[in-house]
Design a protein around this ligand. Structure first.
Ligand SMILES: [Fe+2]
Length: 172
């Protein structure tokens, strides 16, 4: 499964100033999610992980400050489990409809700009209800070996851990 990342257009970047166009033509929303310190969206429910899954919204998450780890679970994909170590340079990560997702910040926190594409049936009272992985297909997908997406040598790399060789293998 190839995930999509939408790049930003950088106008000016110096050690102290970063100035870029983060606009996405296909988006019709603009949400900000601030983690002021270590945080998970959505939070665990006691010991159970919780996820968001949208029916009427495609997410495009861009890290504005810090770093954020995203976990994506989608049993209909050939590779149903992805872990993305997202930073600003990687651009806006697209999360398709029907994909269970959650995001985690480290101690420093992070700020994410989400520019979703919402359809006419979007209803905020229904779209953001945290869900548990309560189906066999979801639990299986969560337990499958993830594909990791990282930023290395100025590019997005997709890697898989080989437990036999105890090594990461670069896929792209
Ligand atoms: Fe979302």
């Amino acid at each position: 499964m190839e995930l999509k990342f939408y790049p930003t257009t950088i106008f000016r970047e110096t050690p102290k100033v970063k100035f870029f166009d983060a606009g996405l033509d296909l988006s019709n929303g603009c949400d900000v999610v601030i983690h002021s310190e270590e945080a998970i969206s959505p939070p665990d429910d006691f010991k159970d992980e919780q996820y968001y899954v949208h029916e009427h919204q495609i997410d495009h998450n861009l890290v504005i400050k810090g770093k954020r780890k995203f976990i994506l679970i989608n049993p209909s994909w050939d590779e149903p489990h992805h872990v993305i170590y997202l930073n600003r340079t990687m651009g806006a990560l697209e999360i398709p409809i029907g994909t269970y997702h959650r995001s985690i910040s480290g101690k420093e926190g992070s700020i994410v700009l989400n520019q979703p594409r919402r359809d006419k049936s979007f209803d905020p009272s229904k779209e953001f209800i945290p869900q548990k992985l309560d189906k066999v297909s979801l639990i299986k997908a969560r337990r499958s070996a993830p594909v990791y997406w990282i930023w290395e040598n100025d590019q997005i790399k997709r890697v898989k851990f080989n437990p036999l060789k105890r090594k990461f293998k670069t896929l792209v």
